[in-house]
Design a protein around this ligand. Structure first.
Ligand code: ZN
Length: 313
């Protein structure tokens, strides 16, 4: 078992604020995004700066209002969409407290992966806070699914995932990834995996006034037998890696970093959120623990230390 040092069990925010600009996938407009440090025990929040007086929206399951094309948070009728790649980076990098501000109804899509968000976090660095982290530890298996799709969480001593996809498409078909979702593996194996779409679906979305910013600049675009991106794929199985990335973001909505094993078979945002809701609806399925060394020894976790040097992207 890996020894946990006390610093790796303390809450983290960013050392300073940092901003970036990028296109919104659906509006096609330039969007300004800012990460701001937050006090300990604050959690992760999103706020629309283009709407005066709008309240912060916590990244929690009860504020998820739509999972159809992306994960959308909402409060008082105000929405922030496409939060999942940003949330994946925040979760995987061990950030507990952060204010995310955006001047549009969606988070910029950047290159369609989580890498730009990881780089924002790395550029400014993390600040270790005094309070100990809190984790959600899965105590009993919980599963949801229908029509051959399933999502399951079961007890484990760290955050791991097995994710499988099976598209009826010659370039994608059956792909599986098994991964321990620590910061190092996330950065090395899945952070740069891009979202993907089929050309016919993208054209349909554009006709419906959506995906105005969608292009090979921010997604893998697939037609009948080829990938339209001039530089091809970043991994042969980039598609399933991206599904794993989405899931790391979606389970942030549990409200705490996860200690449990996630099994996903042809799952997506809607099923991932159904799983999160089912877990939270039954307190016998989970336990929220304060990460004192004694508690961490009790659950025999093998969490890695979140050392900046571990993460090379
Ligand atoms: Zn995605």
């Amino acid at each position: 078992m890996q020894k946990n040092n006390t610093e790796s069990l303390r809450q983290r925010t960013l050392a300073d604020e940092i901003s970036a600009e990028g296109i919104g996938l659906h509006t096609g407009r330039q969007v300004h995004l800012t990460f701001k440090p937050a006090p300990e025990n604050y959690g992760i929040t999103f706020r629309r700066t283009d709407i005066p007086g709008s309240r912060e929206i916590p990244a929690l399951s009860k504020f998820v209002v739509d999972t159809s094309l992306a994960t959308t948070l909402g409060r008082d009728g105000i929405r922030v969409s496409t939060v999942e790649h940003c949330c994946a980076a925040i979760h995987a990098m061990g950030i507990d407290n952060l204010r995310v501000e955006v001047d549009a109804p969606e988070i910029p899509i950047f290159d369609g992966s989580a890498l730009p968000f990881v780089r924002m976090i790395q550029r400014v660095g993390v600040a270790v806070q005094r309070a100990m982290k809190e984790f959600i530890v899965i105590r009993r298996p919980v599963a949801v699914g229908d029509n051959g799709k399933s999502a399951r969480l079961s007890p484990s001593n760290s955050f791991g995932m097995r994710c499988r996809i099976d598209f009826k498409h010659p370039l994608i078909s059956n792909q599986v990834i098994d991964i321990k979702c620590n910061a190092f593996n996330f950065c090395r194996e899945i952070a740069c995996a891009r979202t993907f779409g089929f050309l016919k679906d993208i054209e349909m979305l554009k006709n419906a006034g959506l995906a105005k910013g969608g292009s090979v600049e921010n997604a893998i675009v697939v037609d009948g037998f080829s990938i339209l991106n001039p530089d091809g794929l970043r991994f042969a199985d980039e598609f399933v890696r991206h599904k794993a990335l989405d899931a790391v973001g979606d389970v942030l909505m549990l409200g705490h970093p996860l200690i449990g094993h996630l099994d996903l078979d042809k799952s997506g945002h809607a099923l991932n959120h159904a799983l999160v809701e089912k877990v939270l609806s039954d307190p016998s399925c989970y336990e929220v623990i304060r990460a004192t060394p004694a508690e961490m020894a009790r659950i025999e976790t093998t969490l890695p230390a979140f050392k900046a040097a571990e993460v090379l992207v």
